[in-house]
Every structure is written in C-alpha cells, then in structure tokens.
Design a protein around this ligand. Sequence first.
Ligand SMILES: N[C@@H](CCC(=O)N[C@@H](CS)C(=O)NCC(=O)O)C(=O)O
Length: 324
Amino acid sequence: MGQLVRGVWKDEWYDTDAHGGEFMRDTARFRNWVTADGTPGPTGGGGFAAESGRYHLYVSYACPWAHRTLIFRAIKGLEDHIGVSVVHPDMLQDGWSFDDSFPGATGDQLFDSQFMRDIYLRADPQASGRVTVPVLWDRERDTIVSNESADIIRMLNSAFDGISGNDDDYYPESLRPRIDELNDRIYDSVNNGVYKAGFATSQQAYDRAAGPLFDSLDWIEGLLAEHRYLAGSRLTEADWRLFTTICRFDAVYHTHFKCNRKRIVDYPNLWGWARELYQWPGIAQTVRPDHFIRHYYFSHATINPHRILPIGPAEDWTTDHGRG
Ligand SMILES: N[C@@H](CCC(=O)N[C@@H](CS)C(=O)NCC(=O)O)C(=O)O
C-alpha cells in the first residue's frame, strides 16, 4: 500500500490525520477519452480512436470501480475487442501486483510486469499519486488513456458501437440530468460512503459517513418500490454504478467497514433489483466474491490486523428476482 512520488514508490497508508480522521479519495490523473474517430473527448487529448484489439483494461475483481468497467465490457459485447489483465486481490506494501497464483488473477498480459505501478511508470516515468485500478491502456501509443472508471464506462457505452454492432445506450440523452443527479448522491454517500465509514479514524468521521449512507439506501429502496430501475423503467449507468457497491455490501462493507445498520437482504426492493442485475447476461462472471472477500479482509491490516476471512454470509443471488 503506497503511492508514487515523482516516479519513486513510497509505502504509506492513507493520511486521514490531515482531514479530521476522514478518508479522501485521490482524483484520477489520466483523463483522455477513446472516441469513435479519435477526436478529443470532454477532457484530455485526442488521438485515441476506437479500434478492435488496441485497448486493454487493467482491473481488480475486488475493486468496485474497476468492476464497473468489466460490466460495461460485458454488456456492450466488447470481450473480443478489449483485453483484460486481472491483478492479485492482495494490495500490500507494493500495491497491486501481477502475482498470478490466485485463481482468476491473470498476471500482466501485455508486458509481464511485476506490479501495477510498473504500468503507471511505463506511461510516465515521473508519475506521482496513487496507483489505482482500473486503467485503460493504449497498446498503440504505449500509454494510459484513462484511470477514471466513470469516464471509461462512458467511453465503452458508445465509442466502440461501430465495431461491436451493439448500440445499447446506458446514458441516453433524455435521462442524462436524472442519471447525473442519481450518480452524484450515490457516489458520495454510497459508493464512496462505505469507504469513508470504513477508513474513518475518528468517531465523527464515521458518523458523518454512516448516517448518510443508510439514509441513501432507504431513499433508494423507496425509488425501487416505485420503478423497476433507478431512473425509471429503463436500466441505466446509474444502476450499474450502484450495483458494484451493493454486490459487495453484505459480504464486506457490512462487517469490515462497519456499515451494519442493515444488510441489503433487509431491503426487499433493493435485494430484488440486485438479483436482477446479477442475473443479467454476462454479469455473474464479473462478480467474484473470492477476490473481494480476500482483498478487503486481507489487505487492510489497520482494520483487520489478524487477516481472518469471515465465513459468511450465505446468500443466494440466483433465486427469482420477482422484478418486472
Ligand atoms: N477514481 C478512480 C478510483 C479507483 C480506486 O480508488 N481504485 C482503488 C481500488 S478499489 C485502488 O486502486 N486503490 C489503490 C490505492 O488507493 O492505493 C476510479 O473510479 O477509477
């Protein structure tokens, strides 16, 4: 666990003391976009045209942000066009590694590197900041296109449509304001909220995260009582972004991050919605409890110093979801 400082690895845990015990997520540094014709996207430079086989995803099956990108690769039919390397679930003193001894970890499929930081250093030998997944890599220009999952899923949603022939749209024009509004609240209080609760090193910081987290889950339960999906009758990006936190919740966040007012199975609508998304074609293979249980309980020694992996929960995600 650490970060790069002008190209040099420093092994340090998150500095919560600087923020009253609060965990602050770093902002992503590579913000280019793949577009259909290589014109620049909303941020960064141009020259990243969609092409089959040109781009590669570096992910962890443990990470909810990386999981978003695997989901979009699956639902947009991009498996044959974008390759994937999966890191080992343990994130220890050297950060993410390409040790392939854990089932499902693939090693670095492009360069046979030892650590994820080697990918960042290949793109920028003077790189600074946290070495995070996901990363979208460009094999042609030998660099990182983006390490921001919110942007990567938008690219996958549309840039490759002419190549894959799949024009399913999870960010339709007419629903954008509503999706953005849902994303804003859900990102802060739920996706990142569980981390803010779990990594808090003061009671106040924990309270500031845990209350709004469950207020938001109650609000979501109400939305899903009214509509099949978050933005109404149509499945959108907002649902997928929420799903990656929800599918880890009872197994990890409820116990390890002390998010324990309720479990997901205690919310009838949210639990049905979660099972529907889990059962969506191509999704179950992207959900790897073996990786996320191992990652969180084993990697965070400040929270779980004895690294005991818990036995449960026993939940069946394959039962009839009763939605629709
Ligand atoms: N803004 C990034 C955040 C990604 C992120 O924080 N990934 C975590 C794993 S869940 C990570 O790689 N953390 C490494 C670290 O903080 O050193 C995104 O959404 O793509």
